[in-house]
Design a protein around this ligand. Structure first.
Ligand SMILES: [Fe+2]
Length: 144
């Protein structure tokens, strides 16, 4: 599987897990919801900070794609802000469900942005050699 397809799969899997938690939050035990959100936050952090950063780090030039890079930084910040908000709440607090809804919203936005803008624009700038190199770096993350 190529790197971009892998990243799309990765973020869609995280989105589905988060949607599942939002849908079942009222039925699941607090322990289960807590375990799920911990896993989702961890996977999200690795996805945006480690995996997607590999694409940006391997660019030879950012000329002409500054807006898409800037937007990706803002989106990352929006996700971090919602994660910070959630980690300050206990899983049974009234604001927790609203926090989950907001996180799902920013994650969904991020995913659509990646699929329609970020991946196509960066993918067009990366050679097959770059992609092979990124693939190797990504394997290190996935295996660690
Ligand atoms: Fe992404």
């Amino acid at each position: 599987m190529n790197v971009i397809d892998y990243l799309i799969d990765d973020e869609n899997r995280i989105e589905r897990k988060l949607q599942d938690l939002v849908d079942n939050y009222l039925n699941w035990t607090q322990d289960r919801s807590f375990e799920e959100i911990k896993k989702i936050i961890n996977a999200l952090g690795i996805h945006v900070r480690n995996k997607e950063t590999l694409l940006t780090n391997n660019l030879k030039s950012t000329n002409g794609i500054e807006p898409v890079l800037e937007k990706s930084v803002q989106e990352r910040k929006a996700i971090d802000d919602e994660i910070d908000n959630l980690t300050q709440l206990h899983v049974d607090e009234p604001g927790f469900k609203a926090g989950l809804d907001k996180l799902l919203h920013v994650v969904t936005e991020h995913n659509r942005f990646c699929e329609t803008e970020f991946f196509p624009k960066l993918g067009a700038r990366l050679s097959s050699n770059d992609m092979e190199h990124i693939q190797q770096q990504m394997d290190q993350i996935v295996m660690s």
